[in-house]
Design a protein around this ligand. Structure first.
Ligand code: ADP
Ligand code: MG
Length: 568
């Protein structure tokens, strides 16, 4: 069974192809979305999903979220004395999704299609694939998120003739793709995006507002991850969601036994968010330019990603395209549903027989070269593209380069990704030094072949025609990348972690939420939550599953009444 997984910054989801359509699988709490959050309990047990996210403000030093932003880096976090990289944490989320799917389906799940932001670079993609492997999944393919969303939409629109645009603004990333459907081929014409733009950045605006008002002298908010900022961030998320529905909302936290509270007008927030909104334009314009499609030719602008629910984003999109966007797709589910369709395609399901998908590489890949300028001097650090952005993948291209200096015995090949003319403005992916026979300047050549596969992973071969030697590039990332043995050891380490028993998850999540509410409120409301907590704990001690379930539902209903519905 191949599953499709949307491994998001904020939320993740897992689905399968059912023969007549994609379907998402509910987790142990019955939710289709699982927060991408990991926490460790006081007794050292791992919590994943809602229970973990509820602990974010109450146990901030034992909880991590938004780790997708660190994917492909060596940065790590400490939880309960153990070190975790973003890859490990993602693996824990994937493991949890896999376990939920196995319970739901009643069979083993060993293969997966996982989505990544189109703009994820080679390192980030490889890290995602490794996270899958660490979770015990064979990753059959990585799919770009907007492409997956296009697939979810496209399989119902196979007669659509005009191109459409997918506008995906999630918790941490922004992706745009222009897609065309012809004779059953769903073809991505161009993709562009911003790897560092999403709902979290909009939260930061409210966090900043809160800091200005609650802590004008900057005494409490030392460091971004202080408990004060963590509390503000959680409150900001709530406030921002309220601003989706109302013209004003309150931002409040309890600090040092005192309620700090301020009213925020939508207009004021939106004024401050203008700079972020402005950043949505460039990727849209670039994707239109690259695909040579005019905005008027688009049949639809599809909104994907939870952050597109913000009215300010919807208005910006309407202004940009001169029409209302299509909001038919569920912004939270489209990517996972598309991943499930891709899983069906991978499994060669009959119903999908006529459908093909072609994608593009969203950025340019090339190497660093030196050039002679007009006056005979040498200009270093120039970027020479080999695969241009928005080339249809899989793609393989060769370029030939020659030695700069007579007698040179080595030619350095440094691989970069990006659009800048100077390599300094691009992302370095790796480097190799190729031995060459000495000869006059310009007489010794090397052939650089770049192969880019359907998952967006790059391979580089350098051939020296004079000697016939072939060198496979050791990408920096591969250098640092773990060997099979190391991977095995890491897999074992993750598997050996103590996990909370599955059946307990709903209770743990409800308790974590109640504890958060206890810290969030003061006075009568706090007493009330305290009372709810003790009552529920007593029922749990009684160990009667039916009573526990009934009491939990009651607790959840009371909390819904107090703070508004729990959100994913
Ligand atoms: P990701 O793909 O990064 O996991 P999602 O597509 O799940 O992200 O979107 C998560 C983002 O959507 C969060 O930043 C969240 O604040 C935002 N979001 C979800 N619902 C709303 C809402 N009603 N109003 C404003 N923002 C929302
Ligand atoms: Mg997403």
């Amino acid at each position: 069974m191949i599953v499709g997984i949307d491994l998001g910054t904020t939320n993740s989801a897992i689905g399968i192809w059912r023969g007549d359509g994609p379907e998402l699988i509910p987790n142990r709490l019955g939710d289709l979305l699982t927060p991408s959050a990991v926490s460790v309990s006081d007794s050292g047990e791992i919590l994943v999903g809602m229970a973990a996210r509820e602990r974010q403000s109450t146990h901030s030093d034992q909880t991590v979220t938004a780790f997708k932003r660190l994917m492909g880096t060596q940065q790590s976090v400490q939880l309960h004395g153990q070190t975790y990289t973003a890859e490990d944490l993602s693996a824990l989320v994937l493991r949890s999704l896999k376990a939920d799917a196995e319970t739901f389906l009643g069979e083993k799940v060993e293969e997966a299609v996982i989505t990544v932001p189109a703009y994820f670079n080679d390192r980030q993609r490889k890290a995602t694939r490794r996270a899958g492997e660490l979770a015990g999944l064979e990753v059959k393919r990585l799919v770009n998120e907007p492409t997956a969303a296009a697939l979810a939409y496209g399989i119902h629109q196979l007669d659509e003739e005009q191109p459409f645009l997918v506008f995906d603004l999630g918790g941490g990333t922004f992706d745009v793709s222009i897609v065309e459907i012809m004779d059953g081929i769903i073809e991505v014409r161009a993709s562009a995006g911003d790897n560092r733009l999403g709902g979290e950045d909009f939260n930061d605006i409210l966090v900043q507002l809160g800091r200005d008002r609650f802590d004008p002298e900057g005494k409490l908010s030392v460091g971004r991850s202080s408990q004060f900022c963590e509390l503000l961030r959680a409150a900001a998320e709530r406030t921002r969601r309220s601003l989706t529905e109302a013209e004003s909302a309150t931002l409040s936290i309890v600090w040092d036994g005192e309620m700090l509270s301020t009213d925020i007008e939508a207009a004021e927030y939106e004024e401050r968010a203008k700079a972020l909104i402005e950043r949505l334009r460039e990727p849209v314009l670039r994707s239109l330019r690259d695909s040579r499609i005019k905005a008027e030719e688009l049949s639809e602008v599809l909104l994907v990603g939870g952050a597109t629910r913000m009215p300010i984003v919807r208005r910006a999109v309407t202004r940009m395209f001169g029409r209302f966007p299509n909001t038919k797709l569920d912004p939270d589910q489209a990517v996972a549903l598309g991943a499930a369709v891709q899983a069906g395609l991978k499994a060669k399901d009959k119903a999908l027989d006529e459908i093909r998908l072609t994608d593009v590489c969203p950025f340019t890949l090339g190497i660093e070269v030196a050039e002679r300028d007009g006056s005979g001097g040498i200009r270093d650090g120039v970027f020479s593209p080999i695969i241009e952005r928005n080339t249809v993948v899989p793609a393989s291209r060769v370029e030939t380069y020659s030695n700069m200096h007579a007698g040179q015995r080595q030619i350095g090949v440094a691989i970069y990704q990006g659009e800048a003319r100077q390599v300094a403005g691009n992302v370095k992916l790796g480097e190799i030094s190729v031995p060459v026979p000495p000869g006059p300047a310009g007489s010794v050549t090397i052939d650089c072949r770049f192969s880019y596969d359907a998952s967006g992973l790059l391979e580089v071969d350098v051939t020296v025609p004079k000697t016939g030697a072939v060198h496979q590039l050791v990408i920096v990332d591969d250098d640092e990348a773990p060997s099979e043995a190391e991977l095995d050891a890491r897999r074992r380490r993750l598997a050996a972690l103590k996990f909370h028993p599955r059946e307990d998850a709903p209770n743990i999540a409800a308790l974590a939420r109640a504890e958060r509410c206890f810290e969030m409120f003061l006075g009568d409301r706090r007493d009330y939550v305290g009372h709810l907590l003790s009552t529920f704990r007593n029922v749990i001690d009684g160990q009667d599953p039916r009573e526990i379930e009934a009491a939990r539902k009651e607790l959840e209903a009371s909390l819904d009444e107090l703070e508004g519905e729990r959100f994913l």
